[in-house]
Design a binder for this molecule. Structure first.
Ligand code: BDP
Length: 680
């Protein structure tokens, strides 16, 4: 089962310095509280330490004077409280924690049991990364109150956009009997601070609609119990038309009293069984899913009706803004899918109830290799918002290619919207601080499945890890996260760390260079989205075009001559994106249609940039194979083999991308490569 333990490896630590550090501090684990999360924390600590050192910590203060752990909350443990001042305790938020060394004691302290659990995992991380504890005195609060994972799992066992095998939750129309793998997943998620999970696909089909019924509810309760052990609340995706589809009502109109009552009844039932149920995730009026539009109602009507049903129990409605017309006419140059979310939702600002959170994809389109940030962030100051990322690599190599996504997410989070002057970054919109919103955070589509190593590509685990760490603290750096992950996953060999780090950090750029130039998206095979097909979506209804012809390429989204999308940004971005001269190179073709000989800021022409990046990208994909081969003998043999076949496939496939894209544009433009390389 190589890779199954992921970054929580349970094997004897061989590095002597690290081993003696762990032995030094873990002679005992002492606690005074009978709290579910503190119990989980204690057993996680004990198990990991036993696996690393071969010695189980005692549950009392060690007599021989060795270092030990005291874990607990300020309220529940007088010993813990005594170690901190009033002020030091008051700054710890609900899920936050403090770690402190005091003589031979290390305190893992929280305001709540959940905080203690996160503190315990942070302590384990310190042990795994081998940091000295001499000066340990750390305060950590999560930036985001909601740190959610979305499973796109279907109850037949398939996973929409899943690239790591089948669902670990479902098989053949049922929730799996044995939930031990779900438990191991919960543990991985909690170790990086995840506190909520939506266990079914946003596209809710017939069977999943029945999750709200007796057919599935008893087993869903069991799943919720598993996640609760790790401080994770369970959410469900629901079908807006459920009252009709379950045969109870002739309508799903959100303003209809019978419909309102129906949802209230569902809420009462759910909370009767799962008192800490998180809430509903809703994809409505999008890609053939039902929604309030059918009844001439808007999305505030729809969301608020559901929110009212859950409000008495503290439940949330997470309402997706991925709403656009997937039946638009490609002959109409004025329609622009990029505009859709902003156009639909900004007029509704201020109308959503307090327990509604809008979930907005990081970009305006759909998880492409490169997109600008969605202009919806910051544009609704009176509305709660979550940023949605896609960990599963639908458009970024489907876990056959390496693509470490944390750098991409960091760019979105650090983007300055200027909506409250300089420093109005997207991360401050997401965490709610910019506008003083009570709720906010992150959501992301998971990349795990039944594959032994969870994510198919062994290095794709870094994306799941990185997502959680970033949701906790968006200020962490992409390379810092990569180093943490590598040390925990592969150990402390310097050469291994340097190699894996270099591979991860270069990978998004490599992938972008042989696939999607200058912000053009969608040049992929329709439906499954793997591999190059320049015109695959060009004349389709999905609103995903590059407009390449013999003269030029790109989508004119300026206000002046194009779709007007650039005008959805606040100044100075609206002016910056309005002109091809000031649009950054990497987004040029997202915002402008330009001739192939248009000169970039880099000094190259667009066409030469396409040729160069594609030739170089394919070469760099080859280099990844060499880099990985260099790790042979330094990392677990099975993991090495898992990676090797993928890197080889990536290198081959990168050549296909190179040749299809370059040839297409050579034939369209008739402009030869300045370096005379082969174009077909
Ligand atoms: C797209 C996927 C599709 C999802 C949709 C969504 O191709 O499978 O259902 O996003 O987010 O990226 O709802």
């Amino acid at each position: 089962q190589a890779g199954y333990e992921a970054w929580l490896r349970k094997r004897t630590v061989t590095d002597q310095t690290q081993l003696s550090l762990i032995m030094r501090w873990t002679n005992g684990i002492v606690l005074e509280e009978d709290d579910r999360y503190i119990q989980t924390a204690a057993s996680e600590l004990a198990e990991m330490i036993a696996a690393w050192t071969g010695r189980r910590p005692s549950d009392s203060v060690p007599g021989d004077g060795g270092g030990w752990l005291r874990i607990g909350t300020f309220m529940g443990s007088s010993e813990v409280a005594r170690a901190f001042s009033e002020e030091e305790m008051s700054v710890v938020q609900e899920d936050g924690f403090r770690l402190r060394r005091l003589g031979e004691r290390v305190l893992i302290a929280g305001m709540t049991g959940r905080g203690v659990l996160y503190g315990a995992f942070a302590f384990l991380r310190l042990m795994q990364t081998g940091d000295s504890l001499d000066e340990l005195d750390e305060l950590s609060n999560p930036a985001n109150s909601l740190r959610l994972i979305n499973q796109w799992d279907n109850v037949d066992g398939s996973i929409e956009r899943g690239y790591s095998g089948q669902s670990i939750f479902y098989a053949e129309g049922e929730i799996v009997r044995d939930l031990s793998r779900v438990r191991d997943y919960a543990r991985l998620l909690a170790s990086v601070g995840i506190n909520g999970i939506v266990i079914n696909n946003v596209n809710v089909h017939k069977l999943e609609t029945m999750f709200l019924t007796e057919k599935y509810l008893p087993r869903i309760v069991e799943v919720a119990n598993v996640f609760r052990t790790y401080g994770i609340r369970l959410f469900l995706s629901i079908n807006f038309a459920a009252p009709i589809e379950l045969g109870d009502l002739p309508t799903a109109d959100p303003l209809d009293e019978a419909v309102k009552d129906w949802w209230k009844e569902r809420a009462r039932e759910l909370y009767g069984r799962i008192p800490d149920f998180g809430g509903f995730l809703v994809k409505a009026d999008s890609e053939f899913r039902p929604g309030p539009f059918t009844y001439g109602r808007d999305h505030a009507d729809g969301a608020n009706m559901l929110a009212e049903a859950l409000a008495p129990y503290g439940g949330l409605i997470v309402w997706r803004c991925f709403v656009y017309n997937c039946n638009q006419d490609w002959r109409d140059r004025k329609t622009d899918r990029a505009r859709a979310a902003y156009d639909h939702f900004t007029p509704l600002d201020g109308r959503f109830m307090d327990n509604v959170v809008l979930q907005v994809k990081n970009g305006p389109m759909d998880f492409q290799v490169r997109e600008p940030v969605s202009p919806l962030f910051g544009a609704m100051p009176n509305t709660n918002m979550l940023i949605e990322f896609q960990i599963t690599q639908e458009y970024t190599g489907q876990q056959r290619h390496l693509c470490y996504l944390v750098p991409q997410w960091k760019e979105a989070l650090d983007f300055d919207t200027y909506l409250r002057g300089e420093g109005s970054t997207v991360k401050k919109v997401a965490d709610g601080s910019l506008f003083g919103r009570p709720l906010g955070g992150f959501a992301a589509v998971s990349n795990i499945g039944s594959d032994a190593n969870w994510t198919g590509h062994p290095l794709a685990q870094a994306n799941l890890y990185g997502y959680g760490r970033l949701a906790w603290d968006p200020d962490l750096s992409a390379d810092g996260i990569a180093v943490e992950w590598t040390k925990q996953t592969f150990g402390h060999n310097d050469y291994v760390i340097r190699t894996v780090l270099a591979m991860l950090m270069s990978s998004w750029g490599v992938y972008e260079s042989y696939t999607a130039p200058l912000g053009v998206g969608w040049m992929v095979k329709p439906n499954h989205h793997y591999g190059p097909d320049v015109d695959g979506y060009e004349y389709s209804m999905w609103g995903t075009y590059h407009f390449a012809d013999c003269r030029g390429i790109g989508v004119d989204r300026s206000v002046h001559t194009g779709t007007g999308y650039a005008g959805q940004y606040h100044s100075p971005h609206s002016e910056r994106f309005e002109s091809a001269e000031t649009t950054p190179d990497e987004l040029l073709l997202f915002f402008h249609h330009v001739p192939y000989r248009h000169r970039l800021h880099s000094g190259k022409t667009v066409i030469q940039h396409i040729y160069d990046t594609h030739f170089e990208g394919a070469e760099r994909a080859e280099e990844l194979v060499d880099q990985w081969e260099g790790l042979k003998g330094y990392i677990d043999h099975n993991i090495f083999e898992q990676g090797l076949s993928r890197f080889q496939e990536q290198a081959e496939h990168a050549k296909e991308w190179r040749d299809v894209i370059n040839t297409y544009f050579w034939r369209k433009s008739g402009i030869a490569d300045e370096q005379g390389r082969t174009l077909y």
